[in-house]
Design a protein around this ligand. Structure first.
Ligand SMILES: Cc1ncc(C[n+]2csc(CCOP(=O)(O)OP(=O)(O)O)c2C)c(N)n1
Ligand code: SF4
Length: 288
């Protein structure tokens, strides 16, 4: 059986020392091993951004895609080979700015994919511009006088869009993060896991200390019920979206791929897809 070390490759991440993304990489590797996966059973599909590099740092199938397009690619991979476990990953810019349309529809489509957003509340790769996750008043090169836009709440949007699994974590809490990724991998449907992942180089506001001070762990509420959708929305709003833990899960809705009629359970790679002579002649006859 594979251990987390089997999900390591020999590519050295070029993230800045201290970047939150390192812990997310480690948590994915641990969660994959804990759920009994082998590297060849996993595909990690990422967008573009510092965070998007993650697909190159995990020993598994992988694709470093296009900015904002991790989810369309990941959904295609899952539909083509439902035997693969598919993780999509990228930054808050990738998923909640340019890719937001895909995110909302992937959530409501509910294919069995785990989507891990590395949320540093800034555009890291392009050297520090304001993202939809940046706070009002946030000063960067793109908003030198402070952002005058409202901060996007992806958790509220996900819940409204019909999400079946929503969790949030912090890259420093690797124990909680690993457990939530495991829960996402085990969930039959689309799992959104938003992870606060400090950008130590460009975001001097939302630092490790800032998150430690502001995060509200759902463990503090022993009566919290993640199957209660209204309760989940209330808690997200009450905490200003800064809660961590399993926020919402609907175990009853079936994933998209289970509901498509005529969709064969075995992956394309294992199907006999060559046309028989008879079938080929039938098709050709239609063009005569
Ligand atoms: C279509 C397209 N538009 C814009 C860019 C430029 N670009 C690359 S990464 C990025 C944003 C990076 O921020 P985020 O997705 O949050 O990831 P991070 O680098 O912070 O991990 C942008 C705007 C691009 N590569 N492709
Ligand atoms: S610029 Fe920020 S997000 Fe990018 S690697 Fe460095 S610390 Fe991480």
């Amino acid at each position: 059986m594979a251990t987390f070390k089997d999900f390591r490759n020999n590519v050295k991440p070029n993230w800045c020392p201290g970047c939150g993304d390192f812990s997310i990489q480690a948590a994915i590797q641990r969660a994959a091993a804990n759920t009994g996966l082998e590297p060849e059973q996993l595909a990690v599909i990422s967008g573009i951004g510092c965070s998007g590099r993650i697909s190159g740092y995990i020993q598994a199938y992988g694709l470093h895609g296009i900015h904002g397009r991790a989810l369309p690619i990941a959904q295609g991979v899952k539909l083509a080979n439902r035997e693969l476990t598919v993780i999509a990953s990228g930054g808050d810019g990738d998923g909640f700015a340019i890719g937001m349309g895909h995110t909302v529809h992937a959530i409501r489509r509910n294919l069995d994919i785990t989507y891990i957003v590395m949320d540093n509340q800034i555009y890291g790769l392009t050297k520090g511009q304001t993202s939809p996750r940046s706070s009002e008043g946030f000063k960067t090169k793109s908003t030198p006088e402070g952002s005058i836009e409202t901060t996007l709440s992806p958790l509220e949007i996900a819940l409204s869009a019909g999400a079946t699994f929503i969790a949030q974590s912090f890259s420093s809490d690797i124990k909680q993060l690993t457990a939530l990724i495991e829960a996402g991998l085990n969930h039959k449907g689309f799992s959104l896991i938003n992870v606060f992942s400090p950008c130590v180089t460009f975001n001097k506001v939302n630092t490790y200390d800032w998150f430690k001070e502001h995060i509200v762990n759902l463990n503090e509420f022993p009566d919290y019920d993640p199957s209660n959708r209204i309760g989940a929305m209330t808690k997200i709003m009450e905490t200003g979206g800064l809660l961590t833990g399993l926020i919402y899960q609907d175990k009853n809705r079936r994933p998209y791929e289970d509901m498509i009629t005529g969709f064969r359970p075995e992956g394309l790679a294992n199907q006999e897809i060559a046309l028989s002579r008879e079938h080929f002649d039938q098709l050709m006859a239609e063009f005569k």
